[in-house]
Every structure is written in C-alpha cells, then in structure tokens.
Design a protein. Structure first.
Length: 253
C-alpha cells in the first residue's frame, strides 16, 4: 500500500490481514533507489518480513530501471548488515582512522594547501572523491559518488583546501568539528596514496593545534589500505565508520 509524501519519496506498508507489520520508505534519484527506512514490528522479526520488503524494493528498482538498490545501516546494527550481505548487498567505503596522538612534524616543502570555499570547494571535493573511488572500486564508484555530499565525515561548513604539489592539484582536504576533536576527509589522486606527503598535509591543516582525538577518512577503500602503513606507526587505529552504505546491483534484463 503506497503513501506518497513528495516527488521523490514514497512509503509502503506490508500487511498480514489488516495488521501493518512492516514498512519501507523509498527514495529515487539518478540510477539509485534508496531505502530510507525499513521497519518491522518487534513481534514479527525473524518471520521473513524484512526480506519481503527488500524483495519489493528490488522489484520496484527493476520496474523503474534503476541500476542499484541502496541502504544505510548504523554500525551497531550488525544483524541487518549481515542479512543484507546474505542477500547480495556489498559494503561501500566503511572505514576511518582515529588517533589520540600528536601528528608528527614532517618536513616537506613541495606540497601545499590552498584554501577554497563555497561551490568551488564542493566541486573540488566531488572531482577528487570521484577519481579516488574510480581508481579504487570502479564497479561501484558511480553509485557511491551519489552519496558524497551525504557522507557524515564531510560538511559544507568547516575548512576546505586543495592539495597542490609542484604546481599540480593532487587532492582535496576538508576539516570540521571542534579543534579538540577534528574530523577530516582526504581524497586524492592514486599516485599519492600511501605517501608521507599526505600526513604532512594533515599536519599543515592542523597548524599549531594539538587535538585530543583526530578522525581521518580517506576517499576509498584502496586509498585507506595504502595509507595504513604510514598512519599506524604514528598511532592511528582503524575503526568502522559510524554508518555503512550498502549497495546491490539490480539486473534490469
């Protein structure tokens, strides 16, 4: 039973006789059909209601010629994540580095930060983030790119920089949050992944600030893996992100 709220979002209820036992909110844009909400009454958990709603979502995506069905899962909801993976969903980029140690001073004179704001900052973020994802996960880069501006580690407020080396733009760095607990997102061209230059850039952005905790999210899974070798010796630890985006490709043939 559909209930329409606006042009892009609708809700559907699943009934057993006259009892509403589950519901789903679907939102569509570009090639994606996004599950905004999926709920089941507690007494009906484990009876296949979640799977029935997801199957409905897949069929709706197929009818609408969408290429992907996607959903965001909170980190603590392990059972939902595992259930989605059992149905063919894959995790998007889902890891972040945390540190409670001072970032070291690394001498590097050929790399610099150039401040940017507003729409040029958003364009730079999208440009480098899309290239980062494409180099790491080309099969899901297009759908992951749809959610870049909704990434909880990115904010339109805060500070934004272009990363330049020897006159060439190679990446984008963003920071927001309180000075004691900054949150950063760094996207860059793949030839810079795993370079101490990126750690030098983080130190330049911090300036004289010594945060109590620092979170850094790299632009993609492969970028994250490449950076691990340079970050872990300086006290950075790998953590899951607060939420995990799940994707399933829809066969429209």
């Amino acid at each position: 039973m559909p209930a329409y709220f606006h042009l892009t979002t609708s809700a559907y209820g699943l009934f057993i006789k006259d009892q509403l036992v589950g519901w789903m909110y679907l939102r569509g844009w570009q090639q994606v059909l996004y599950v905004e909400v999926l709920g089941v009454l507690p007494e009906y958990h484990g009876q296949g209601i979640e799977n029935a709603l997801l199957s409905f979502g897949e069929n709706a995506a197929r009818e609408l010629r969408r290429g992907w069905l996607t959903m965001t899962v909170p980190l603590e909801d392990i059972s939902t994540m595992q259930g989605l993976e059992a149905q063919g969903f894959r995790r998007g980029h889902w890891r972040v580095f945390h540190s409670e140690h001072p970032v070291p001073e690394i001498s590097n004179g050929h790399i610099s930060l150039k401040r940017t704001v507003g729409s040029p900052a958003r364009r730079a973020y999208r440009e480098f983030a899309e290239q980062d994802l494409q180099a790491s996960e080309p099969d899901t880069a297009l759908v992951q790119s749809c959610f870049l501006l909704q990434d909880p580690y990115y904010s339109r407020s805060g500070q934004h920089w272009l990363i330049e080396t020897e006159g060439r733009q190679v990446g984008f760095l963003h920071s927001h949050g309180p000075s004691a607990h900054p949150i950063m997102i760094l996207t860059a061209l793949p030839d810079t992944w795993g370079s101490l230059d990126m750690l030098a850039i983080v130190k330049k952005a911090l300036g004289t600030t010594v945060p109590e905790t620092l979170a850094i999210r790299l632009g993609s899974n492969r970028h994250h893996d490449a950076a691990r070798a340079i970050l872990e010796p300086f006290g950075f630890e790998e953590h899951p992100a607060d939420t995990i985006r799940m994707f399933k490709r829809i066969d429209n043939e």
